[in-house]
Design a protein around this ligand. Structure first.
Ligand SMILES: C[S@@+](CC[C@H](N)C(=O)[O-])C[C@H]1O[C@@H](n2cnc3c(N)ncnc32)[C@H](O)[C@@H]1O
Length: 402
């Protein structure tokens, strides 16, 4: 339980105590986000392909930003209204008491998603919304905040579809996929939030070994380590949108952080191995793991994936080969996918194999029967996480389309 002290009682708190909260995520990740929200004790009020609606106070958004592994942004609803055109949007937004949320010497960035027949360029809607906010604050406080595209301070999000408009405080600011550990991304890295969802899809809880050949910049292995250590994904970040909203409850944030640190483990019983054929990739992965505080918990080595040292024969082996769209030579790609099937059959018996790929045609070349095929999207590319139960004599079909 969180212990509230008098020092934590909020001063200058914004007028809205409780509201709807929209937690956005990458397309396809909502089922994992839903599970996370339920585990944290938040109700699921709405669900779409790229977001879950819940409710709570602005203080609740601090915990959501700290704890959610698969969320993109945490948006706190402050007004729903009807706007026919840009003039209507300006009038509605100028009626919101922005002086209670944004300091006159602060800074505001407006982002939006606009589908209104009178607007051909969403930047115009952003401009009108920004004008309404700064004009209102200037009229009430005699000074207008700065504004621009920088999302590292106050961020206001406008969702305007047809006549209906929802106005949110973006309590995340920069997207939550930016955990703060990936300094060296290399090419085609997986977003941290997607990697967390992919690891969660395996049901991995840190009791079996996690083997990650083709680890690239190490995102899957690092997210797996954080899950095993019960490490809150927001612990490394020192800046969120909520910190720039008036009445920011700093003692509560410090308390939530301390509690998350106490609840995270310092060691794990399983092993995590990450290998890649590229020395540069392993160097980047090692540095990213060091930033993430898990360098000593992941065993790195440079090798072809087929030479990856295998440990526990009941563990997980997960590969994210190149898809061909962005990386990889199509000529050698087919052989790589074909060889993954042989690697699984020859060296990974007893383990559960996973391949994450956006090349659904190539994936058939693995020629092993899939137990599950879980859909995901990576940067607009439709992907699958394919699960293979690797028992002796795993059924093999020619170019298995299952
Ligand atoms: C799509 S990237 C993996 C990206 C990774 N999931 C991340 O988040 O950074 C594929 C990786 O496979 C590696 N790779 C390609 N062929 C390999 C092979 N034969 N053996 C081991 N690694 C290989 C590449 O060097 C590259 O780092």
């Amino acid at each position: 339980m969180l212990f509230i002290t008098s020092a934590m009682i909020q001063k200058n708190a914004p007028a809205i105590k409780k509201s709807r909260i929209l937690v956005t995520c990458a397309k396809g990740i909502a089922p994992f986000l839903r599970e996370e929200l339920i585990r944290l004790g938040f109700p699921v009020l709405t669900e779409s392909v790229a977001g879950i609606g819940t409710e709570g106070s602005i203080d609740d958004t601090l915990r959501l930003n700290l704890m959610l592994r698969t969320a993109h942004r945490v948006l706190f609803l402050i007004r729903e209204c009807v706007a026919m055109d840009a003039g209507g949007l300006y009038r509605e937004l100028a009626g919101i008491p922005w002086e209670e949320f944004i300091a006159e010497d602060g800074y505001v960035c407006v982002t939006s998603s606009v589908d209104n027949p009178s607007i051909t360029d969403s930047r115009y809607a952003n401009l009108k919304a920004k004008d309404a906010i700064v004009d209102r604050i200037s009229a009430r406080r005699g000074r207008r905040p700065d504004s621009g595209h920088d999302k590292s301070r106050s961020v206001v999000n406008v969702y305007w579809k047809g006549r209906e408009c929802a106005v949110y405080l973006d309590t995340s600011g920069e997207a939550l996929s930016q955990r703060g550990y990936r300094k060296l991304p290399l090419s085609a890295p997986m977003q941290e939030t997607l990697a967390a969802a992919v690891v969660m899809a395996t049901g991995w809880d840190g009791t079996r070994d996690f083997i990650n050949p083709m680890c690239g910049s190490g995102t899957l292995a690092i997210e797996a380590a954080w899950i095993a250590l019960n490490r809150a994904p927001g612990l490394l970040r020192n800046n969120f949108g909520f910190m720039h909203i008036k009445g920011y409850h700093k003692p509560l944030w410090q308390s939530l952080r301390s509690r998350a640190l106490q609840e995270s483990r310092n060691s794990m019983t399983c092993r995590i191995l990450a290998t890649d054929i590229s020395r540069q990739a392993i160097e980047a992965a090692r540095q990213n793991a060091a930033q993430a505080g898990v360098e000593n918990m992941i065993e790195f080595s440079v090798c072809d994936y087929r030479k990856t040292p295998l440990t526990d024969n009941t563990g997980i082996v997960m590969l994210n080969p190149e898809y061909g769209q962005r990386l990889g030579n199509p000529g050698t790609l087919e052989e790589t996918y074909r060889e993954i099937g042989n690697f699984f059959k020859q060296r990974c018996i007893g383990m559960t194999g996973y391949v994450f790929s956006g090349n659904l045609e190539m994936s058939k070349k693995i020629r092993l029967k899939t137990k599950r095929r879980i859909p995901f999207f990576n940067g607009g590319i439709e992907c699958r996480l394919m699960e293979y139960e690797l028992y002796a004599g795993s059924r093999r079909k020619a170019d298995d389309p299952s």
